[in-house]
Ligand binder design. Structure first.
Ligand code: FAD
Length: 527
């Protein structure tokens, strides 16, 4: 459950000391601490926060590993105590404290080396070996600039680390076609909960490889990932079209994501918005591209419903002026049932397209909403339940908008490997629903509590209606909730934890296991 926790000053001061066993402090001159300690109180404070801004848990140390051996050293150090835990912190973009370690060790994965390196995989195939703390934006610029190549699967926002998204899923508009980021990695280097450093892949130590993918940091710290590359397109035709009715929107979106690759767009996403020309966040102004371009409200038909849908599509190409692209796009759009006259399109460079949310970040930083709490909720809802979800949640519960984007677009289960830890709905087609709430600086705590309560109401509704759904980037605090989340795979999840992190040292902020309640204590559920 989402929570708002504030530690009092006294508690915080106590947690600044490293007290692993029966009150006996660790030697601050321990070689690992001496070598890696960020040695700055401000940094420890930074590791006590995340993008969500609702959970504050101060670690004892915020360490800066530069090699996988440093990571292993910190894990071994923790394993010699009875209480210390270790959390890898990517870029801290979790929203419920998932990358925190209350009184434990947080590892700043951003400092991890070495630099990125191209790997030739035979023929023209290539991949990049990436330190897990690299941001996806760094991977993009490195691969395009140095090799004219790029990975195929992205997140919308690229200020996230490779290790962070591989621990969750990594979803964007390419996932219907290429699978999520967890399905686009061929080798990992991992430090397990007993400090062992292993290289794994689908053919070597494969159980560890699949456990770690979507494994919420529970089975190992990823220190390096090998990501396949393809030639990067130069340009993208970026298109938005508007729908008045959800059933038409969903029918077209599902048709588009199930087409053969040869006839498919390269990217399919979509969002819900309010039929309100004066709402600067959730209204018509969110539709034109590039963002902020002029839009004539006279184009809005008079009889549209209050909630509308925008399908966002992209086609890669290599030329700025390409009649062939115009013709192809025209043909591809022809069967769709969007409202004619409400199309928006632009040609942008590939890097510019993938960096589009970076510009939103700049605006949010300027307005102060990047620093305020973010009570976000991400769901994966089966296509069999999405129309009901639309009727109840989008049209009723959220009819006034949420102060940020409301994404809804279909994905294909067959693009996710069942051996991975990530939990997805049962049906072949399911929708990502992302409620990306931004709270204005003057809104206060009441607004955050209201948003959290609304998220809970939506979750209750999904459960009561018996939807086939999962929370994406989940946060639960009870064993029963985690068991329900992983459902038939819960036993496997516990067994993997026993195998790779039996003392429950890793990623305590996920609140699944703890040092006081390690996987062995889950014996009944696991048998
Ligand atoms: P952190 O938040 O630092 O860590 C997340 C979890 O992974 C923690 O439990 C941490 O301990 C663990 N972890 C981190 N690094 C490692 C590692 N190397 N090895 C093992 N465990 C590790 N997600 C999408 O799928 N698609 C999107 O389009 C998308 N857009 C987003 C946009 C914004 C603005 C934000 C804030 C989030 C978005 N996310 C998206 C969610 C994102 O995937 C998660 O926040 C994720 O946690 C990645 O963030 P991070 O790299 O900062 O990881």
């Amino acid at each position: 459950m989402m929570m708002i926790a504030y530690l009092d000053r006294q508690q915080q001061q106590q947690q600044q000391r490293l007290v692993p066993d029966g009150g006996v402090e660790l030697d601050p001159d321990h070689s690992i601490l001496r070598a890696l300690d960020s040695d700055a109180t401000g940094d420890v404070d930074a590791a006590a926060r995340d993008f969500g801004g609702m959970v504050f848990l101060k670690p004892a140390r915020f360490l800066r590993p530069s090699t996988a051996d440093d990571v292993a050293g910190a894990v071994v150090l923790a394993s010699r105590s009875s209480r210390l835990t270790v959390a890898a912190r990517g870029n801290g973009h979790s929203v419920c404290g998932q990358a925190m370690a209350d009184g434990g060790i947080v590892l700043d994965m951003r400092t991890l080396g070495p630099t990125m390196e191209i790997v030739r995989c035979g023929g023209t195939a290539a991949a990049v070996d990436v330190p897990a703390g690299a941001l996806w934006t760094e991977v993009l610029s490195w691969a395009v600039r140095n090799h004219g190549m790029a990975p195929v699967s992205w997140t919308d926002y690229l200020g996230l680390t490779v290790g962070g998204t591989l621990s969750n899923g990594g979803i964007s508009g390419q996932a219907f076609r290429h699978g999520p980021q967890v399905a686009n990695v061929t080798e990992l280097e991992v430090v397990t909960g007993d400090g062992e450093r292993l290289v794994c892949s689908p053919s070597s130590a494969s159980d560890l490889f699949f456990a770690v993918l979507g494994g919420l940091g529970q089975f190992g710290v990823i220190t390096r990932a090998r990501i396949p590359l393809v030639p990067a397109p130069k340009m993208v035709r970026w298109i938005r079209v508007v729908y008045g009715a959800f059933d038409e929107y969903a029918r077209d979106a599902e048709w588009l994501v199930t087409r053969d690759d040869s006839a498919a767009f390269d990217y399919v996403e979509g969002f819900v918005f309010r039929n309100d020309a004066s709402d600067p966040v959730s209204g018509w102004s969110s539709v034109p591209i590039p963002a902020g371009s002029a839009f004539d409200p006279a184009r809005i038909p008079a009889d549209l419903s209050p909630i509308l849908y925008c399908l966002e599509l992209a086609l890669h190409h290599d030329h700025i002026q390409d009649d062939n692209v115009d013709e192809r796009v025209k043909e591809m759009l022809r069967p769709l049932r969007y409202l004619r006259g409400l199309e928006f399109a632009a040609d942008v460079s590939y890097v510019e397209f993938l960096s589009r949310v970076g510009r939103v970040e700049e605006e949010a930083r300027a307005s102060g909403t990047w620093a305020t709490p973010h009570p976000w909720l991400n769901l994966l809802v089966s296509s069999s339940d999405i129309a009901d979800f639309d009727r109840t949640v989008f049209k009723r519960v959220l009819s006034r908008g949420i102060g940020g984007p409301m994404l809804v677009y279909p994905l294909r289960r067959s693009k996710w490997d069942e051996r991975m830890s990530v939990a997805v709905p049962d049906g072949e087609l399911f929708y990502l629903v992302a409620l990306l709430r931004f709270v204005t600086p003057h809104a206060g705590e009441a607004a955050v509590k209201e948003a959290v309560a609304q998220n809970q109401e939506i979750l209750r509704h999904c459960r009561n209606k018996g939807y086939d759904f999962k929370v994406y980037i989940p946060h639960y605090e009870s064993e029963a909730d985690w068991g329900r989340h992983f459902d038939g795979d819960w036993t496997r999840f516990i067994e993997r934890k026993r195998r790779y992190d039996p003392m429950a040292i890793l990623s305590p902020g996920q609140t699944i296991f703890s040092r006081a309640r390690p996987p062995a204590a889950f014996a009944a559920s696991a048998s």
